[in-house]
Design a protein around this ligand. Structure first.
Ligand code: IMP
Length: 181
């Protein structure tokens, strides 16, 4: 079992294990299951990175709720570009629904801040955010994150759905950028 992985030009070191991730997802899922018991939830998953988290989260809540996907882009390589584009929008009617936006990681908060504004014109009853990871020091946009898995340091991470230039998504653990000696 290696603790380091090389993806293209960068080396990453193991940061969060599969077991830590799955335990934390159980905690979030239990809270969501209680909070949404008498609501009408719809999970809107932000592609691509959140697909693994969303799948494990929905299974763990055991809520029979619709899940739909959106694709929003703001990142190139390891940097947020400041330019948010909705590449694929949600096609479900979310009027009077309780939306849970599922994200892999909140960095500056730009992506979700922008998309929440888009959704706010669609008459949903409520919008909450579930993000597996949050980089609190990098938050630039006001964002209430109701369900957050781990607050992490600023360094770039990959694995468990998160990518570096589209690679590294398949790991069950999460790896952090490693400063090479
Ligand atoms: P934000 O708009 O700055 O909050 O960035 C959110 C998006 O940037 C996430 O959905 C990810 O796709 C991407 N992102 C931010 N930080 C990382 C990281 O450390 N690894 C991989 N993707 C990241």
């Amino acid at each position: 079992m290696t603790d380091k992985v090389k993806i293209q030009d960068l080396v990453f070191k193991k940061y969060l294990t599969q077991s830590q991730i799955q335990k934390q997802i159980e905690v979030l899922a239990d809270r969501i299951a209680v909070d949404y018991k008498d609501k009408d939830p719809v999970f809107i998953v932000v592609l691509n990175g959140a697909y693994m988290f969303a799948s494990d989260l929905l299974k763990a809540t055991a809520l029979d709720a619709p899940m739909t996907f959106v694709k929003i882009s703001s990142y190139v390589g390891t940097e947020s570009t400041g330019n948010v584009k909705v590449i694929m929008d949600c096609t479900l009617d979310i009027k009077d629904k309780d939306v849970i936006l599922v994200e892999d990681i909140v960095d500056t908060g730009r992506t979700l801040h922008h998309y929440q504004e888009v959704l706010s014109h669609r008459s949903c009853r409520s919008i909450a955010i579930a993000s597996l990871l949050v980089k609190p020091n990098k938050l630039e946009f006001p964002l209430k994150i109701e369900y957050r898995g781990f607050d992490i340091e600023d360094d770039f991470v990959v694995g468990y759905g998160l990518d570096y230039n589209e690679y590294g998504r398949m790991y069950a653990d999460i790896y952090q950028l490693f400063e090479e000696e």
